[in-house]
Design a protein. Structure first.
Length: 228
């Protein structure tokens, strides 16, 4: 259960873990220096990079939480309601020789757009600049994959206790159509999911046929032949 600051109670029942906001895992030297200073000043016993490309500061006593969040500055992220946990982003065409789409630009745009929104359950994004899928998009709630012709969108993946491979919703969309599809999928999920129901369970419950007839066939830019 998150503390009202967003910190997570640890198994010792006394101390908390604080997870930072690091969009896409990109961080400046100045922000890293600030993080190191916070770690030193508060004598944080353990600091860890999470699988979601964020930093976790572990073992914080409750009395230090408010000041530590203040000192983290832009890295502070208070998660007190189900929300977007992170957007996992690969390097894409900025750097990677295999990249065919700008996963960094799209992923950061998605992070900025959704990171303060609430959902029925937590949401994780994965964005990859090519079919090698380093952004692990098939096991994220929403996945975007760069192809030579545009973007493929995947929905309902999960890597947790009951893993699920996301359903490929549409392929080779333009950037703006892919963003629009993500928007509509998340609106539909928010409207129809039960509290705490992750997208994988939601899709299992309602079935892809219902999603298709309720939502996807209404989208003129997705030819039905491209809908799986
Ligand atoms: S998914 Fe493709 S573009 Fe992204 S880092 Fe991996 S190989 Fe490079």
């Amino acid at each position: 259960m998150p503390h009202h600051t967003g910190a997570i109670l640890q198994r010792d029942g006394k101390t908390f873990a604080v997870v930072t906001r690091v969009p896409g895992g990109f961080i400046t030297p100045e922000a890293l220096e600030n993080l190191a200073a916070v770690g030193r000043n508060y004598k944080v016993p353990m600091m860890k990079l999470t699988s979601g490309q964020r930093f976790m500061l572990i073992g914080i006593p409750e009395k230090d939480l408010a000041a530590l969040y203040r000192d983290l500055g832009p890295l502070a992220e208070k998660e007190t309601a189900p929300c977007v946990k992170y957007v996992q982003i690969c390097l894409g065409t900025d750097v990677c020789t295999y990249g065919v789409q700008d996963s960094t630009g799209l992923g950061l745009e998605l992070e900025k757009k959704y990171h303060q929104e609430e959902f029925p359950a937590k949401i994780k994004f994965g964005v990859s600049g090519c079919l090698r899928c380093c952004g692990e998009n098939y096991t994220r709630d929403v996945g975007l994959i760069g192809t030579t012709k545009g973007w493929s969108v995947v929905f309902g993946g999960n890597s947790g206790r009951r893993p699920a491979i996301g359903t490929l919703i549409a392929e080779n969309l333009s950037r703006s159509d892919a963003l629009d599809l993500v928007d509509r999928l998340l609106d539909y999920y928010r409207e129809h999911a039960q509290p705490k129901e992750r997208t994988a369970r939601f899709l299992e419950r309602i079935g892809f046929e219902r999603l298709k007839s309720d939502l996807l066939t209404l989208l003129p830019y997705i030819r039905l032949s491209e809908v799986r």
